[in-house]
Design a protein around this ligand. Structure first.
Ligand code: TQI
Ligand code: ZN
Ligand code: ZN
Length: 169
């Protein structure tokens, strides 16, 4: 079953639009940006919240960046595998990914040559759930279940994820 963060934080009542931006220091390719757009749209399809990209990193509701090791928030990344990414609860908006991972943004992760390949969209869909206020679930097939293995793709919201987010919005 789905859970929320302590105190059930959420974006304000009536929020229909959240903006997101990429750290300008990262210089991401369009294929990578498109993965995030798809991941956001999976949650938009089941809520009244739409996500739009903005170029102003400082003004964006959701701030996305790839960083390695210590990056200033007290939650250092740990190199290949281990922690892949983290996102803060509403309404903080920080969404960080470990730049040391072998991210796969296109093609089939299940046939990737690296054993450490991680599917970017799978992780993004999970982290956006946290950004919206969902904690972890006990339902193994759900996006918000707290385990993913390398070379796995899991991007489709399950009934449990949908019920959780629709309880919030
Ligand atoms: N990052 C953890 C996660 O997102 C960070 C974390 C641990 C966390 N406990 C938390 C975040 C409690 C919010 C609330 O779960 S991770 C998965 C999963 C990670 C893990 O890098 O370990 C995914 C990132 F769920 F599969 F294990 C993405 Cl999909
Ligand atoms: Zn961080
Ligand atoms: Zn999680």
């Amino acid at each position: 079953h789905y859970t929320f963060f302590d105190g059930k934080p959420r974006w304000p009542e009536g929020t229909t639009e959240l903006t997101y931006a990429f750290d300008p220091g990262n210089n991401l390719e369009d294929v990578v940006k498109n993965v995030f757009a798809r991941a956001f749209s999976r949650w938009s399809e089941v809520t009244t919240i739409n996500f739009t990209e903005t170029t102003s990193f400082s003004d964006a509701d959701v701030k996305i960046g790839f960083y390695t090791g210590n990056h200033g928030d007290g939650e250092p990344f740990d190199g290949v595998l281990g922690t892949l990414a983290h996102a803060f609860s509403p309404t903080d908006g920080r969404f960080h990914l470990d730049g040391a991972e072998d991210w796969v943004a296109s093609g089939d992760v299940t046939t990737a040559s690296l054993s450490t390949a991680v599917d970017l969209e799978s992780v993004a869909v999970h982290e956006i759930g946290h950004l919206l206020g969902l904690g972890h679930t006990s339902v193994k097939e759900a996006i918000m279940y707290p385990t993913i293995t390398a070379k796995t793709r899991k991007v489709k919201l399950m009934d449990d994820d949908i019920a959780g987010v629709q309880n919030l919005y």
